[in-house]
Design a binder for this molecule. Structure first.
Ligand SMILES: NC(=O)c1ccc[n+]([C@@H]2O[C@H](COP(=O)([O-])OP(=O)(O)OC[C@H]3O[C@@H](n4cnc5c(N)ncnc54)[C@H](O)[C@@H]3O)[C@@H](O)[C@H]2O)c1
Length: 287
């Protein structure tokens, strides 16, 4: 898997990177608007798909250069001169379609990175990508420091992510079930275990845990701690890594995105920056 953003290896069909977008919800719409503003460099959304047709129609109507509305993901992938498929839908969409998209030689930017923690699936899509020459891009999301984890990967001994949220932000997560009616008045550890174990218990944290673990020592070895704290300044992620190259700590106190409060502002910015790194030739810093 390519975790480092770079241009698609196949020859581009035009001066633009032609993008097919899967998922026209909050993140997909933000990325489409960013592409339209030119924030992702020479790119354009040529086709979109969403199983929720009104959402797809609304985004198509909003975009200046109206994209083709595909009826299925295979239809979207089959559009001539498509360079890159951007997934902003769900883990199910990734698990169902990524292998075929990559086997068809289309590079993919995957937002639902939680889908990649299953080792058999990850191996299958990496094999498909290697065979066709396609790349798989995973944005750093709501955290940073991914570059340091990636660079020191063979030397890493321990990686821990501590996520602290207000109790209300953990409500509804399967891993919070026994705390739902408890009055939490001080910082309380709700979960301590592997990243792969956290994925099903705390789906809202799945992308951070998955991306950090894939960059570093893997979903089984990466430790995750989830803390409920009524005084938490928001969604806070701390990454602590011990390696033969040194000890690294990163802390992120994220603001929610203005139009999509369930997503961190940084996750939206990171996705736009990854797209820009793929689409725009020239200087690459920290990749
Ligand atoms: N890696 C990150 O930093 C990061 C950040 C935010 C969101 N995400 C992930 O990106 C995905 C989208 O997030 P969002 O906030 O835009 O969600 P959203 O619910 O606002 O939008 C998702 C859209 O995808 C569509 N969809 C879902 N499954 C589909 C399928 N199988 N086929 C076609 N369309 C499908 C839905 O109808 C919906 O319109 C989620 O999986 C989320 O976990 C990742």
């Amino acid at each position: 898997m390519s975790q480092s953003p770079r241009k698609p290896r196949r020859k581009l069909s035009s001066k633009y990177v032609n993008i097919g977008l899967i998922g026209c919800g909050s993140m997909g719409s933000e990325l489409a608007r960013a592409v339209q503003r030119g924030d992702a460099g020479p790119a354009r959304i040529v086709s979109i798909f969403d199983e929720y047709v009104p959402g797809r129609n609304a985004l198509a109507a909003e975009l200046e250069h109206r994209p083709i509305e595909a009826e299925t993901i295979p239809d979207l992938t089959a559009i001539p001169d498509l360079d890159l498929v951007v997934e902003c839908a769900s883990q199910v969409a990734v698990i169902t379609h990524a292998e075929a998209v990559l086997a068809a030689g289309k590079s993919m930017l995957i937002m639902s990175s939680g889908a990649l923690v299953e080792p058999g699936f990850l191996k299958a899509i990496m094999t498909a990508a290697e065979a066709s020459g396609a790349s798989i891009y995973v944005p750093s999301g709501a955290v940073g420091g991914i570059d340091a984890l990636r660079a020191s990967k063979p030397l890493l001994e321990q990686v821990t992510i501590v996520t602290t949220k207000k109790p209300i932000s953990l409500r509804g997560a399967p891993g919070f079930a026994r705390w739902e009616n408890v009055d939490i008045t001080e910082p309380t550890v709700i979960y301590e275990g592997s990243a792969s174990g956290a994925v099903s218990l705390f789906p809202a944290n799945v992308n951070v845990a998955a991306t950090v673990s894939l960059a570093g020592i893997g979903p089984e070895a990466t430790k995750v701690k989830v803390v409920a704290d009524p005084e938490s300044p928001g969604n806070v992620h701390e990454i602590h890594a011990v390696s033969k190259a040194g000890k690294f700590s990163f802390r992120f106190e994220n603001m929610p995105h203005e139009t999509n409060p369930k997503t961190s502002f940084l996750a939206v910015l990171a996705a736009i920056e990854t797209l820009r790194s793929i689409c725009e030739p020239g200087l690459r810093i920290g990749t």
